[in-house]
Design a protein around this ligand. Structure first.
Ligand code: UGA
Length: 432
């Protein structure tokens, strides 16, 4: 099938490359000329495992191209994916101006039947507005369908998530659109759930909000475990063995970050509010998440007594492993607070240092974990990169001024690190 993908951001790039990989002819379009030039020279603007190879292969095989010409891409395509950004406005609502703009451009350019798919995360009822907008600007008076097909890709495993999804959600109102979408996804051999457009839109926000709530729930349990002298890792294991609960997203720590959960939870609260519902549960999820960062800084303060002039080494800056994404990373709030108190920060992250440099100031960026630990009064773990789990702890200890390890992601066994001579503090475990 011929496909156009509007937006060469995170979702757009992965969607375009993966649809090409499963045999379609894809044009990925963006208004950012320099980004398109880079992509046409083989430079991928984000770090996502496997994406560079996929882009290179499909460009070589002429199934994937990058362009700034939305109009001609629309004319050539049967299906058009809207993958533009929906960043948060100051009041927490999603800014839909990019979606509206693309919808209008599609309407003006299309000269034959098109399936227009909203893939960007949007509030419920956006589909209706997209339909209205396309009708208003449909100068060639052609037939079209709007479909909601939310993405559930995780950064760091997006290609694999696309190729092996738990489910594909398709909100569509016509048989023709349903059949087109079914044919498009057929090579993945995955479970497809057909719904109306509004339900599909809500599935996206509900899924992200539920996962965020699951994380806040286990973080609340972690705090209770600390007070009671129990071990949250064991509690999560015991809970997770119940198939109805499941073990994923029960890792206690410094809370969720990234560009999805914080923004989507905030937007969903606003959506509910507009519809007349006070989503108190989700507000509590946010509150607990914010508290986890403060709670972590308090642990550091308690351990160091005076933070001022202390050297604090940091392992991990990205909001989670296998990404260079720093957006809404817990590390930002934690580092800002420690710097405000006068700490000297040294940090190492395998991928995110480049992006961190434009957000965090006055940091000594290190090229390995041992340099970050050198002469440090405390070493913090803020992202659970695999590399940190296998670090030589004896070497770390030998270079630190004082062997204090404060682990915001519970990557070590408390007994093991204590046996090596570390003072060890983690989240929701007996060690504290
Ligand atoms: C999330 C969803 O998982 C995807 O399904 C969705 O498509 C995506 O948002 C989106 O809306 O675009 P992502 O933000 O890439 O994906 O990251 P996750 O792997 O879900 O992690 C989110 C945050 O939760 C991270 O900061 C992570 O450290 C934290 N987390 C996750 C925990 O603190 N504990 C856990 O048990 C799991």
């Amino acid at each position: 099938m011929k496909i156009a993908v509007a937006g060469a951001g995170y979702v757009g790039l992965v969607t375009a490359a993966c649809f090409a990989e499963i045999g379609n002819n894809v044009i990925c379009v963006d208004i950012d000329e320099s980004k398109i030039n880079h992509l046409n020279n083989g430079v991928i603007p984000i770090y996502e495992p496997g994406l560079d190879k996929l882009v290179a292969k499909n460009r070589k095989e002429n199934r994937l191209e990058f362009s700034t010409d939305l109009k001609s891409s629309i004319k050539q395509s049967e299906v058009i994916f809207i993958c533009v950004g929906t960043p948060p406005k100051d009041n927490g609502e999603a800014d839909l101006s990019y979606v509206e703009n693309v919808a209008r451009m599609i309407a003006e350019a299309m000269d034959s039947y098109k399936v227009i798919v909203e893939k960007s995360t949007v509030p419920v009822e956006t589909g209706e507005k997209v339909v209205k907008s396309i009708r208003a600007y449909n100068i060639h008076k052609v037939d079209f369908d709007v479909v909601s097909n939310p993405e559930f890709l995780r950064e760091g495993s997006a290609v694999n998530d696309f190729m092996h999804p738990d489910r594909i959600v398709i909100g569509a109102e016509s048989e023709k659109a349903r059949e087109t979408m079914k044919a498009l996804y057929q090579p993945l051999n995955a479970k497809i759930l057909f719904t109306d457009i509004k339900s599909a839109e809500i599935i996206k926000h509900a899924s992200n909000s539920f996962l965020a709530t699951k994380i806040s729930f286990i973080n609340a349990i972690a705090n209770i475990c600390e007070l009671a002298g129990a071990d949250v890792e064991k509690v999560a294991e015991g809970m997770g063995l119940d198939k109805r609960i499941g073990k994923s997203f029960l890792n206690a720590g410094i809370g969720y970050g990234g560009f999805c959960f914080p923004k989507d939870a905030e937007a969903f609260i606003k959506i509910a509010e507009k519809l007349g519902y006070d989503f108190r549960l989700l507000k509590a999820t946010q509150e607990i998440n914010n508290f986890q960062r403060k709670n972590f800084v308090e642990k550091i303060e308690n351990a160091l007594w005076i933070v001022k002039n202390k050297t604090i080494g940091i392992l991990g800056l990205a909001f989670k492993p296998n990404t260079d994404d720093m957006r809404f990373a817990p590390s930002i709030d934690i580092i800002n607070e420690l710097q405000r108190e006068g700490a000297k920060i040294k940090a190492y992250d395998p991928e995110a240092a480049g992006k961190a440099k434009s957000i965090l100031n006055n940091i000594e960026y290190c090229t390995n974990p041992y340099d970050a630990a050198k002469e440090a009064d405390a070493l913090l773990i803020l992202t659970e990169w695999d590399e940190f789990k296998t670090v030589d702890l004896n070497r770390i200890k030998s270079v630190m001024k004082h062997p204090l390890l404060i682990d915001g992601r519970n990557i070590f066994d408390p007994e093991d690190v204590k046996r090596l001579g570390f003072s060890y503090i983690s989240m929701g475990r007996k060690d504290n």
